[in-house]
Design a protein around this ligand. Structure first.
Ligand code: IVH
Length: 680
C-alpha cells in the first residue's frame, strides 16, 4: 500500500466510524464541520486517484452514481409477506394455532410495522454488495447505489460477522423529510407524494443517487438470513446484527404470552402518534427459531408471524358540494367538498368520490353526512353514508353530462366505470397530460422539463402539443415566470433562469437520440403502452408503415387486439396527429428503428447469462448484444445461469460461485464466436 492508499483507507475508516457514532448510536463525537472537512478531503483524494476508492467508501453516502435502468435480481430466499389482521379475536386465533402446533408455551416478539418499502441487503465478506427491492417476492430491482446513500444502512460490518449475510428491513421516509420534500415539490409546481410510503418508493427509483441522498430516507432492520448464523432466537439475532453495525430497532419487546401482545398493541395504538415516522401496525413473531420452524410457513407467508393493523379512524361530516375534475386522460373524477373535520391528526376538507358508479352504488344524496376514514394512508377515504343525518327528500348527487373544462358531452366506454371527455386534443388538462406523458422517463425522458414547467409553458400559450416543444428557443423561454399559490394563500414565483433554460434545450436536443420504440410510446396512442410500442416498432420498422397498416396486419402483432388496432388506426386517421408526427420528424426525432434495435439472431434463445469483469467494449454493449441475440442478462449466478461471460478482473466471489455450481465460464472471444463474429 502506498501513502495515498493508506491515507484513503485511514480517512474512509475514520469517516465510517463517525457515521456509526452518528447514525447507529445517536452519539456524534465530532462537529458537523469537522466531519465535512474529513469527507471533503476524502472526496478530493478519490477524485484524483479513482483506482484506490474502497468498496465501502463513505463518499457513496453523498451519491452521484447514475443508474439508467435498474437490473433485476433473484432473491437468495423469497421475500414473503405477512398475514394481516385487524382484530384481537384474530390474534387469539393466531396464538391458539401457534400453541397447538407447539404443544406448549411460546414467547413472542412485538415490533412496529414500518410503513415503507421492503429491502434486502446482501453483505459479502462484511461489505454491502447489493440492495434489492421486494419486487414480486422472487425477483426485485437492484438499487444498491441509491441504498448506499442511506445513513442508517451500514456499508461495512464490524466484529465477527459471517461471510454472507442478508439483512432485511424497511426503507422509510420520516415525516419531517416527507413534509420538506412535498413542500419543495409544491414550490416548483410538482405533484406532491400522497404518503411517505410512496415517497420512499419513488425515491429508491431515482436515477441519480445524489438525489436520493437528499431525500432523508432511513432503514429499519427487522430480519436476518444466512447459513449458520449465531443465536437461536430472533431477538438475540437482531442484537447480534447490532454488534455487527446495524441499529437495533427503536421499539421491540419480548412478551411471554398473548396478554403481553395485547398490552403492546394498546400502548402503541396511542404512542404511534408521537413517532417521527409512519407505521401501519404491529408485527408479532414467535421468538425461538426452532419453534418458528415447527410452526412453518405457507408459500406466501410465515405461520409464525402476523401483522396486526391499526383500525382506521372514522368520522362523519357533511357533504357541502361536489367538484368534477378532468384528469390527464380525460377521465372525470368527482371530488367531495366536506365540512372541515379533524381526523387522525389533520383537517379533512375534501375527499374523492372516485366515479359515477361510486356515487350511485353508495346512493350519496345532496347534503348527506358521509363517513370518512383514514388508515395508514394520509389520504382520507369515503366509506359510507351516515343515514341518521339524511335530509328528507334529498336528491341524488347529479353527475355532470358535459366536460367542466371544455364543455364537450361526456362519454363512457362499455363495461368501464370511468366517464370521460373525448376531446383529447383540445381539452386543457388532457393536452397537459399528453405533454407530461411525452416527457416522462419511460418515454422521451426529458427530465429537465417537469409537470410544473409544462404547466408554465402551457399557460403562456407556448406549447399545445409535443411538436411545439421543439420550436422553443432560448429567447422564448428565458424569463418566463409563474406565480404559485399554496393552500394558505402564500405565493412564490417560479422563474426560468439561464441554467433552467439551457437544461431544457439540452434535454430536448438529447431526446432526438431516443429510439423509435420509445418515441412511438411517447406520442400517446391510446392503449399503446411501452411493451406494445416495442413490438409495433419491431414489426413495422418505421412510422409510415405503421400508419398505413391495416387492421389485419396490426392484429398479427402479439398483444395487439382489435381494440388496440382500432385505436392505432384512429390515431393516424386524425390530421392533427399526422401533422404533429410530421413536425416531430422534421425536428429530428427518430421514427424508424436503427441497426441496434433489430434482433441479430436467436442463437442465445433461452439462455441466461451473467456478465462480469471488464471487456474490450463497454459492458452495456455486451449486454445489448446478448439481448439482440435472444439471450437474457441476469445479475447474479444461480443454478439456472447458462453461462458466466467473464472479462478481465472478474470478481473472485463470482468465479467461486460459478465454479461451485458448475456453470461454464466463457471469455469474450468464446462469446463472439457463439453469436457470429461478423456482428461484433
Ligand atoms: S417481518 C418473513 N417485520 O411488512 C417475515 N415485516 O406484509 C417477513 N414490514 O414485506 C416480514 N415492518 O416489508 C416484518 N417489523 C417488521 C415489519 C415488516 C414492516 C413489512 C415488510 C413486509 C410486509 C409484510
Amino acid at each position: 500500500m502506498n501513502d495515498i492508499q493508506q491515507e484513503i483507507a485511514r480517512l474512509s475508516e475514520e469517516i465510517n466510524r463517525h457515521n456509526y457514532y452518528y447514525y447507529m448510536l445517536d452519539d456524534p463525537k465530532i462537529s458537523d464541520y469537522d466531519f465535512d472537512q474529513l469527507l471533503q478531503r476524502l472526496i478530493d483524494l478519490e477524485r484524483q486517484y479513482p483506482e484506490y476508492v474502497l468498496p465501502d467508501s463513505p463518499t457513496q453516502r453523498v451519491g452521484g452514481t447514475i443508474t439508467k435502468q435498474f437490473e433485476s435480481a433473484r432473491h437468495l430466499y423469497p421475500m414473503l409477506s405477512l398475514g394481516n389482521t385487524y382484530s384481537e379475536a384474530d390474534l387469539l386465533e393466531f396464538d391458539t394455532r401457534v400453541r397447538s402446533l407447539l404443544n406448549g408455551p411460546v414467547e413472542y416478539v412485538c415490533e412496529l410495522k414500518y410503513d415503507g418499502v421492503a429491502i434486502s441487503l446482501i453483505y459479502e465478506q462484511g461489505v454491502l454488495t447489493r440492495a434489492v427491492t421486494r419486487g414480486d417476492g422472487t425477483r426485485g430491482d437492484v438499487v444498491t447505489a441509491n441504498v448506499k446513500t442511506i445513513g442508517s444502512v451500514p456499508l461495512r460490518l464490524q466484529g465477527d460477522y459471517p461471510d454472507l449475510l442478508e439483512a432485511r428491513g424497511e426503507i422509510i421516509m420520516p415525516y419531517d423529510s416527507f413534509n420538506n420534500l412535498n413542500a419543495e415539490r409544491e414550490d416548483v409546481g410538482d405533484q406532491p407524494f400522497a404518503n411517505p410510503r410512496n415517497a420512499a418508493s419513488g425515491s429508491l427509483k431515482l436515477q441519480n443517487s445524489a438525489d436520493v441522498a437528499k431525500r432523508g430516507l432511513s432503514f429499519k432492520l427487522y430480519y436476518a438470513l444466512g447459513e449458520n448464523l449465531p443465536e437461536n432466537n430472533h431477538y438475540a439475532r437482531l442484537r447480534k446484527l447490532h454488534e455487527w453495525g446495524f441499529r437495533f430497532p427503536d421499539v421491540m419487546e419480548k412478551v411471554p404470552d398473548l396478554n403481553g401482545v395485547y398490552g403492546f398493541i394498546h400502548a402503541w395504538d396511542e404512542k404511534r402518534k408521537q413517532l417521527p415516522y409512519p407505521i401501519d401496525g404491529i408485527v408479532i413473531k414467535v421468538n425461538d427459531f426452532s419453534q418458528q420452524q415447527q410452526v412453518g410457513s405457507t408459500a406466501k407467508s410465515p405461520r409464525w408471524a402476523i401483522a396486526y393493523k391499526f383500525k382506521a379512524e372514522r368520522v362523519s361530516t357533511q357533504l357541502l358540494s361536489v367538484d368534477f375534475q378532468v384528469g390527464r386522460t380525460g377521465i372525470i373524477t368527482p371530488v367531495a367538498n366536506l365540512r372541515p373535520v379533524s381526523l387522525a391528526g389533520t383537517v379533512v376538507k375534501r375527499a374523492t368520490l372516485n366515479n359515477r358508479d361510486f356515487i350511485r352504488d353508495m346512493d350519496i344524496r345532496e347534503q348527506d353526512s358521509l363517513f370518512v376514514e383514514k388508515g395508514g394512508e394520509i389520504i382520507p377515504k369515503i366509506v359510507g353514508v351516515d343515514m341518521e343525518h339524511r335530509m328528507p327528500g334529498a336528491l341524488p348527487v347529479a353527475f355532470v353530462t358535459n366536460c367542466p373544462v371544455c364543455g364537450t358531452p361526456l362519454q363512457q366506454h362499455e363495461g368501464e366505470a370511468g366517464v370521460f371527455c373525448p376531446n383529447e386534443l383540445h381539452c386543457a388538462p388532457q393536452i397537459r397530460g399528453k405533454l407530461e406523458h411525452f416527457i416522462a422517463r419511460k418515454a422521451m425522458n426529458i427530465d429537465s422539463l417537469g409537470e410544473g414547467k409544462i404547466e408554465v409553458l402551457y399557460a403562456q400559450g407556448l406549447v399545445r402539443n409535443a411538436a411545439d416543444l421543439y420550436d422553443l428557443t432560448y429567447d422564448r423561454l428565458f424569463g418566463l415566470e409563474k406565480v404559485i399559490e399554496d393552500e394558505n394563500g402564500k405565493t412564490k414565483t417560479l422563474s426560468f433562469k439561464e441554467k433552467t433554460v439551457a437544461n431544457i434545450l439540452n434535454g430536448l436536443e438529447q431526446s432526438k437520440t431516443v429510439p423509435f420504440e420509445r418515441v412511438l410510446y411517447a406520442i400517446g396512442i391510446r392503449f399503446v403502452g411501452e411493451v406494445t410500442a416495442k413490438k409495433l416498432a419491431r414489426r413495422f420498422k418505421n412510422i409510415d408503415t405503421l400508419a398505413n397498416a391495416t387492421q389485419e396486419e396490426l392484429v398479427e402483432v402479439e398483444d395487439v387486439g382489435e381494440r388496440v388496432a382500432q385505436s392505432i388506426i384512429q390515431y393516424f386517421n386524425n390530421t392533427e396527429n399526422l401533422e404533429m408526427v410530421m413536425r416531430l420528424k422534421s425536428a429530428g426525432l427518430r421514427f424508424e428503428t436503427g441497426e441496434e434495435q433489430q434482433s441479430d439472431s436467436q442463437r442465445l434463445q433461452g439462455m441466461s447469462i451473467v456478465v462480469s469483469g471488464v471487456f474490450s467494449i463497454p459492458r452495456d454493449d455486451i449486454k445489448a448484444m446478448i439481448e439482440r441475440n435472444g439471450g437474457k442478462n441476469v445479475s447474479s449466478i444461480s443454478k439456472n445461469t447458462t453461462y458466466v461471460l467473464a472479462g478481465e478482473k472478474m470478481g473472485p466471489e463470482k468465479r467461486k460461485k460459478a465454479e461451485s455450481l458448475g456453470i461454464p465460464i466463457i471469455s469474450e472471444e468464446d462469446f463472439k464466436e457463439m453469436i457470429g463474429t461478423e456482428r461484433v
